[in-house]
Design a protein around this ligand. Sequence first.
Ligand SMILES: [Zn+2]
Length: 267
Amino acid sequence: MVALTTLNGRLPAAALVIADTGPNGPQRLRLDAAASRQRMIRDGCPAGHLRSGYRDLAEQDAEVARANAGLTPSAARPGTSGHGEGIDTDDDPPAREWITAHGASYGMVSGLVPKEPWHHEYFPARDQHAHAMPTPPHVSAKPAPTPTPPVQEDTDMPTLIFSGTYGYALLDGGRLIGLGEQASVDAFQAAGVKRIAVTDADFLRMRTESAPGVLLYNAPDKGGRGWAYLTGGHAIGVGAQSTVDALKSQGCPVLTLDAADFARFTA
Ligand SMILES: [Zn+2]
């Protein structure tokens, strides 16, 4: 069992990416565990058999209910499961057998819950392949309270990247920012942002020198976070309407996002 954190079951969306799909749909894992999953798939682990990855507190509650109903042998209390850290996986065949046989060197440990042969746990320190691919997408931008919009001399736009496993992300200033809402994808496309389909491996490798400027807006009835200016991979909070107007007059595109996706850029 790995060390539990106070964020167990409450991980920020930016710390999670879709790692693989399965019978319950796309499953998210913490970035490092997701990258390990991608390396295993690259090396032969059958994709599409991840039954359960990250579980938030409500989903872990549901798992306890399933255990109480005899549908599964046991379930950890919400807040105490490795699934709540985004690093444990429940795997269906044939991925289960592949990970049991080959997962150890990827940091995926089997057999820690004897009654649950499908349960695997990720230990980053045991991952011998972690150097083999670039760091997965990571959001680290912080909004500045008093923004000074940079002069835009480069009209390059960000690019929408799509892969079958990871879905959509915005490639911006060398960073990939995951997009969880179709409405956000639509907004970027409507603003003329190009969409390109890439392989899952390239999705993680994509890096560019683009330095776009895009105004992000979260409306009062969608969360009320207001305005931010996205450039060079950083979202900078914009407090003054005159700043917004000046950027608009320069032709800066405005994208309306819901609160969750707005938070991915500015949190
Ligand atoms: Zn499990």
